[in-house]
Design a protein around this ligand. Structure first.
Ligand code: ATP
Length: 190
């Protein structure tokens, strides 16, 4: 299968993430999209970053019943910090039957040249990039392995959602219903 990898901290997952994941899973040639949850750096725990398994659980709740989407915890067991090239190499070895494609926003593509072994990434993997408002895709937009997609932009972030929760404001409809219910009843981000 051709699988798109969408990396993030998903702290928490929100509909902005899911719109991208679903778009790529249904309007490109990808068969599936995996949402790869980045682990906390054990050496630099961040107070605002929920624990790995909580964020993974929320992603699972958010994509429930969508057979094209999957949550991946592959980076939880890889050496820290996890660089994308290392995760890609690991996945390729573990799943030789699949072809992996990187999904990223135009903001990330513009700075891809600063990533570890970015030439190796471009030499071995396709990148599907979606537009981010106010960001130019940069020089790599014309690269043969880069394909650009126009996805309707949604200007929300996990930071905004965490702020709302902290201030007792509703995040209903900004996150999937099951995620909202979970956040309403628990103590995450309060
Ligand atoms: P935070 O506000 O905590 O930085 P975030 O909402 O940007 O989080 P990440 O987990 O960093 O979420 O996101 C994973 C990927 O999704 C990143 O590459 C990020 O640029 C992208 N992304 C986040 N929000 C949106 C959105 N509303 N539309 C499209 N892409 C998004």
């Amino acid at each position: 299968m051709k699988i798109g990898l969408f990396f993030g901290s998903f702290n928490p997952v929100h509909i902005g993430h899911l719109i991208i994941a679903n778009f790529m899973a249904t309007q490109s040639d990808l068969d599936r999209v995996w949402l790869v949850v980045s682990p906390q750096n054990p050496l630099k725990p961040k107070k605002s970053l929920a624990r790995d398994h909580d964020r993974l659980h929320l992603v699972r709740l958010g994509i429930e019943n969508n057979p094209k989407l999957r949550a991946s915890d592959v980076e939880f067991n890889l050496p820290q910090p996890s660089y994308t090239i290392d995760t890609l190499t690991f996945l390729k070895e573990k799943h030789p039957e699949h072809e992996f494609v990187l999904i990223m926003g135009g903001d990330n593509l513009a700075t891809l040249h600063l990533w570890k072994n970015y030439e190796q990434i471009l030499a071995n993997y396709e990148i599907y990039v979606y537009n981010r408002p106010n960001y130019d895709l940069g020089e790599l937009a014309g690269h043969g392995r880069v394909t650009a997609f126009e996805v309707p932009p949604l200007d929300i972030s996990a930071t905004y959602i965490r702020e709302c929760i902290k201030n007792g404001k509703s995040v209903r409809y900004l996150v999937p219903e099951a995620v909202w219910e979970y956040l309403e009843t628990g103590s995450l981000y309060r």
